[in-house]
Write a protein that binds this ligand. Structure first.
Ligand code: C5P
Length: 397
């Protein structure tokens, strides 16, 4: 996951600086490209030679190359990096970052970096708890920098409390999660959602109780992870609003089918969360049909199976996720649908489970893949269910 990622590690002056060596070693093992910046004070705790040997690159310690007149290009370095991580971030460096002071190379790179910035404070407990430090941390976080919280434990001062730099392993996990979030960055996701209404006449329809809440939660989550979402929805109360979400409102299954076919261009992930009506009336009355004292027989014919039709277009590069809402034999039906509709994953919700009902806020799901792997989750709010689903999709992406 870290292979080929460009990671800029900035080390400031704290006893925790020696842990930078371990961070570099783990990153290099993961085949990341690492460049290291050190402040003058950091050099007192770990040598540039150590970090240069481990990263197989010269370490940046000043504006100038080997004390010559030739200067290091801080702007290029800030643009080169996929992520900048300041670990350890001393109270001194934190305060200068918050104030925009630029009196060393680390700070000039921080100010010119275009990539996400993570910082891992390391200091004595009272320094960390001081309102000035807390204000600086909050200011940095409010500007979009990511805090890697300090740990509680024995401190260099001999005291015990919160202030230790997060363990190198924790920092690496956070970086891995950062790049995993990127699995959806700029990817195109098509989502069908909500019910479909099948017109009987100009005022009546056959429909179902789907609220579209599951599709809504999924769309927002994908969008927040940087995906471009095409949200094709039947009639519901609420539609997701986000700059990355294009909402296309439809009414019937035929319309949804048509829109899906047109929108299925360069799609990376397709999530079929709509509760599409299986049947539609064979004929629709143009006007409101009036009763005439005789029984009205309506013949229902099958609607197109959108997931199945689009499933025929799927290539190796695309991932399709379907839903199955079952009242009985859920597992058997879900597994059959995976094959029939060419899904890569299917999310089963069983209406037999307490708390699972059409239109409700909670859901209890089991996810199956075509290789009979299954993962079951507890009853949860649909927002959390969406997180579980997206996490599983990520692990298959
Ligand atoms: O066959 P069933 O309706 O149970 O299949 C459910 C899955 O297929 C869901 O992912 C649903 O969105 C999709 N589907 C569809 N078009 C249909 C019926 C279901 O896309 N006509």
């Amino acid at each position: 996951m870290l292979a080929g990622k460009k990671i800029l590690l900035a080390v400031s002056g704290s006893i925790a600086a020696y842990k930078a060596a371990l961070i570099v070693r783990i990153l290099m093992k993961g085949q990341a490209e690492v460049r290291v910046i050190m402040t003058e004070n950091a050099k007192k705790f770990v040598t540039p030679t150590t970090l240069s040997t481990l990263s197989k690159q010269p370490v940046y310690t000043s504006f100038y190359k080997n004390d010559s007149e030739e200067w290091h290009n801080h702007v290029a370095l800030g643009i080169w990096a996929d992520v900048l991580i300041i670990a350890p971030a001393s109270a001194h460096t934190l305060s200068k970052m918050a104030q925009g002071i630029c009196d060393n190379f680390l700070l000039s790179v921080f100010l010119s970096a275009r990539c996400p910035v993570y910082f891992a404070p390391a200091m004595d407990l009272d320094m960390l708890a001081h309102p000035a430090t807390q204000k600086n941390i909050n200011l940095l976080v409010s500007r979009g920098n990511h805090l890697i919280a300090s740990d509680v434990g024995d401190l260099a001062s001999g005291l015990n409390g919160k202030g230790r730099m997060a363990a190198p392993e924790t920092i690496i996990k956070i970086l891995e999660a950062h790049f995993k979030i990127g699995a959806f960055y700029n990817k195109k996701v098509l989502i069908t959602s909500g019910p479909t209404y099948e017109a009987l006449d100009s005022v009546r329809f056959i429909g179902n109780h789907s609220s579209g809440k599951m599709g809504y939660a999924l769309a927002l989550l994908f969008a927040k992870k940087g995906a471009q979402v095409v949200f094709i929805s039947g009639p519901v109360k609420n539609y997701p609003i986000h700059p990355n979400i294009k909402v296309i409102k439809v009414t019937s299954a035929d319309e949804m089918m048509e829109v899906c076919k047109n929108q299925y261009v360069d799609i990376d992930f397709a999530v079929f969360a709509a509760a599409v009506a299986d049947y539609k009336p064979s004929k629709t009355f143009d006007k409101k049909h009036k009763k005439d004292g005789t029984p009205l027989n309506i013949t229902l014919i099958e609607n197109p199976d959108i997931a199945r039709e689009i499933g025929k277009l799927k290539t190796e590069k695309q991932l399709h996720i379907g839903f199955a809402l079952e009242t009985n034999d859920g597992e058997v039906s879900a597994k059959l649908k995976i094959k029939r509709k060419n899904f890569d994953l299917i999310v089963l919700n069983s209406l037999k489970d307490p708390g699972v009902n059409f239109g409700g806020d909670t859901n209890k799901i089991t996810i199956f893949d075509p290789f009979d792997k299954e993962i079951s989750f507890e009853l949860k709010h649909k927002k959390e269910v969406a997180q579980d689903i997206v996490k599983i999709i990520e692990s298959y992406a």
